[in-house]
Design a protein around this ligand. Structure first.
Ligand code: 5AD
Ligand code: SF4
Length: 486
């Protein structure tokens, strides 16, 4: 049975490779004739898991001889990788593909593809089919591994092609990945989610939990280390249930320990964690493994037990706070971040006060806050609101204000300290400054020398704001042992 599965995977990869060669040859011939490369542009919405899929699409396209461009107008192929977690991501997609109608009219040979989570929903595919007839190719999250095949079809047939596999139980390893960053990498360790939080569309569009084999992940990280990557972020909708689908006992903490032993990797991060699955073993692993960064993203979503139950979150406010207390005790330097939904159906002013109570008690470094968005096909879709839209927005603004104050207060404690920063590059907001992150995940903008991207440097913090720190490069790039480094 297992051998049979491996054979199927090998066949899929081999047939994609044959197609990749054919398209690459055609592109080479075209380049000889016209002197121009075929260009592609990918627009990615939503979470890091979508980003990881886009990196695979990029990997395929580069192998097929396409080149990336930031200019959508000059592209021969545009791919929109969609998200459906909240309505505004869907509306953005419709706005952006609508805006391409005229470009497609003037450049009919341009191919426009739409893929990702939204395409796993029949009603979204129908909307595109009926209202956006200039879209050439539609495919789902479960079809990414056959992208070359779909592209070849559309290059030959020119009629709209729709291919959405509803569910997939296997994981295809060995797909090409093109990472824009050369110092930090996202590594997907599992797909899907089994939790069915009542507001969330993810389990319906990404399917059930499937963990990648530890050997495949470890091999990928070893190769990243050989390629001089310094930081990796392990990705999954709920990384703490990694390995629950294995017959042999091997869990997320085991994986972290194995990755911590890989030479060359300096920082390990992971997201997202479900509070119900945080174990003592995991907390101890974070404590014992030097490369695991002092940052935990632990969404609590809502503070009232009534709402948590309606959300199907499987923990109470008290249980969440108890786990936080344990984490803080074991890991006093840890930065905590969270996700919060405001205005879930049935949430009253009293319920919302419970959310504020958690925010005040925990003192998160940062919170990602969302107004509840109705998702068709989820259990919460038919639940009724207790407060008006205006009241929800008022609560939302109040939450942000309180959290910003807390973030600023925590960031103030960094003033005058020296922090270790992995440099990402030049700051977008101030081209005279570099930007990077501390181990605790804080953005630091600082003035410094050339050629810093990818380096680990030490920065003295001189400014603190709610969302970032500012500072100056320490006068030495080696460990400043006269000071404590955070
Ligand atoms: N409405 C608002 N926010 C949502 N999230 C997920 N589904 C919804 C929804 N229907 C938020 C949760 C999750 C984050 C990734 O997105 O807070 O943790
Ligand atoms: Fe959605 Fe809940 Fe799964 Fe997160 S844990 S992806 S919120 S269903």
């Amino acid at each position: 049975m297992i051998n049979n599965k491996i054979n199927i995977e090998q066949n899929i990869l081999e047939s994609q490779n044959r197609i990749i060669s054919r398209i690459r040859n055609n592109n080479a011939v075209e380049f000889n004739n016209t002197g121009k490369n075929k260009l592609y542009h990918i627009v990615t919405y939503g979470c890091q898991l979508n980003n990881a899929d886009s990196e695979i699409l990029s990997g395929f396209l580069n192998e097929m001889g396409f080149m990336n461009t930031n200019n959508i107008n000059e592209s021969d192929l545009v791919v929109f990788n969609t998200c459906c977690v909240r309505e505004n991501a869907e509306l953005k997609l419709y706005g952006n593909i609508g805006a391409l109608k005229n470009l497609k009219k003037s450049k009919p040979e341009m191919i426009i593809a739409v893929c990702g989570c939204m395409m796993q929903q029949k009603h979204s595919v129908d909307t595109i089919k009926n209202k956006y007839k200039h879209i050439d190719l539609i495919f789902g999250t479960n079809n990414v591994h056959v992208f070359p095949e779909l592209l070849e079809k559309i290059l030959n047939e020119k009629n709209t092609i729709i291919e959405v596999i509803e569910s997939k139980s296997t994981i295809i390893e060995g797909l090409p990945v093109f990472r824009k960053d050369k110092h930090k990498a996202w590594v997907t360790i599992m797909y899907g989610c089994n939790n069915f939080c009542s507001y969330c569309i993810v389990p319906y569009v990404r399917g059930r939990e499937r963990s990648r084999k530890p050997q495949s992940i470890i091999e990928e990280v070893k190769n990243l280390a050989l390629d001089s990557y310094k930081e990796i972020t392990l990705l999954g909708q709920n990384v703490n249930s990694y390995g629950k689908d294995f017959s042999e006992p091997y869990d997320f903490a085991d994986l972290l320990q194995d990755i911590n032993n890989i030479d060359g990797i300096e920082r390990i991060r992971f997201m997202t964690s479900h509070p119900k699955d945080i174990t003592d073993k995991l907390i101890n692993t974070i404590k014992d493994c030097g490369k695991i960064c002092e940052h935990l993203h632990l969404p609590f979503q809502a503070g009232s037990n009534k709402i948590l139950k309606l959300m199907n979150r499987k923990y109470t406010k008290e249980e969440y706070l108890y786990k936080i207390e344990k984490i803080k005790k074991a890991l006093p330097d840890i930065a905590l971040t969270t996700d919060i939904i405001v205005g879930f159906p049935g949430e009253t002013e009293e319920d919302f006060e419970e959310t504020l109570d958690i925010v005040k008690k925990v003192q998160f470094d940062q919170a990602f806050t969302f107004i509840y968005s109705k998702r068709k096909g989820t259990p919460a879709f038919d639940m009724k609101d207790s407060i008006t839209k205006k009241e929800k927005h008022k609560n939302f603004d109040k939450l942000i204000e309180i959290q910003n104050e807390i973030s600023k207060k925590i960031n103030d404690t960094y003033l005058g300290k020296t922090v270790e920063v992995l440099v990402d590059g030049i700051s977008k907001n101030n081209l005279n400054r570099y930007t990077g992150r501390t181990r605790t995940g804080k953005i630091v903008n600082f003035s410094g020398e050339n050629n810093l991207p990818g380096e680990l440097v030490y920065v003295k913090v001189k400014e603190a704001y709610s969302w970032y720190l500012g500072g100056e490069l320490h006068d030495t790039k080696s460990y400043p042992d006269d000071e404590t480094v955070f």
